[in-house]
Design a protein around this ligand. Structure first.
Ligand SMILES: [Zn+2]
Length: 240
């Protein structure tokens, strides 16, 4: 049981402890997605939605996929400069982040980063820690074996959507997103441009994209350090 609880993150090779399998992530994400979107106004047609769906399709075609159920929703909310992904592949982009993206490649930075959180299973890694702290390892494992996804989703809303990820998870999602966007044929240099624009945006929206972890300067330095690797992937994708 516990032997299967160690997962290796694609691209970065980081080892993590997670009670949730990718299939558990899909179940939990499906529950949480319905609960969260119930209170939102959703965009159902138009050029922006088509762009969001096109970027999603190109990115998931090149992502490391452990059987995830990819889906993206564009939420009609110009005040919210944010996007999030739930465990298992369900994602939401707020219209308020589109002006910062400026282009399809800019949007690929955001969505690639979110896909990075999904394939690293960052959401359920955090839920795992919280469940073990609250119930202990044995009870947490049983809880999951019983398939209590609905109640886990209800009690994990803050962990999955409201609280920013830590610095290590953010840097890892940046790295994975950078490589995926390059694989999908989007210029990875746009990631540096996007985060520079993001640094200009101030406000008090939900934290994921306004979080200070890592600081914008650190984030951009790390992305630049990864750029030679990403450019090789990008040039190979352009030659296909
Ligand atoms: Zn993030």
């Amino acid at each position: 049981m516990l032997a299967s609880s160690c997962a290796t993150t694609p691209i970065t090779g980081t080892r993590t402890f997670n009670l949730f399998s990718p299939a558990d992530d899909v179940e939990l994400g499906r529950e949480a997605y319905g609960q969260i979107l119930a209170g939102e106004r959703v965009v159902t047609s138009g050029k922006e939605l088509q762009m969001v769906q096109r970027v999603m399709k190109r990115l998931v075609a090149v992502a490391d996929d452990a059987g995830y159920e990819w889906e993206v929703t564009l939420i009609d909310n110009d005040q919210t400069v944010n996007a999030f992904a739930l465990p298992g592949g369900k994602m939401a982009v707020y219209t308020g982040i589109l002006p910062v993206c400026q282009s399809e490649a800019g949007l690929a930075v955001v969505m690639g980063h979110e896909i990075g959180h999904v394939v690293a299973q960052d959401g359920t890694e955090r839920v795992t820690r919280s469940m073990i702290a609250e119930f202990g390892l044995e009870a947490a494992t049983q809880y999951l074996d019983l398939g209590e996804y609905k109640s886990i989703a209800e009690s994990s809303y803050g962990l999955l959507v409201e609280m920013p990820f830590g610095r290590a998870d953010e840097s890892e999602a940046d790295h994975i997103g950078l490589i995926y966007m390059a694989r999908a044929g989007y210029d990875p240099r746009e990631a540096v441009a996007f985060w520079s624009r993001m640094a200009q945006v101030t406000g008090n929206g939900p934290p994921e994209f306004l979080s200070t972890h890592p600081s914008h300067e650190t984030r951009i330095e790390r992305l630049q350090a990864l750029m030679p690797e990403a450019m090789e992937v990008y040039q190979a994708s352009a030659g296909r």
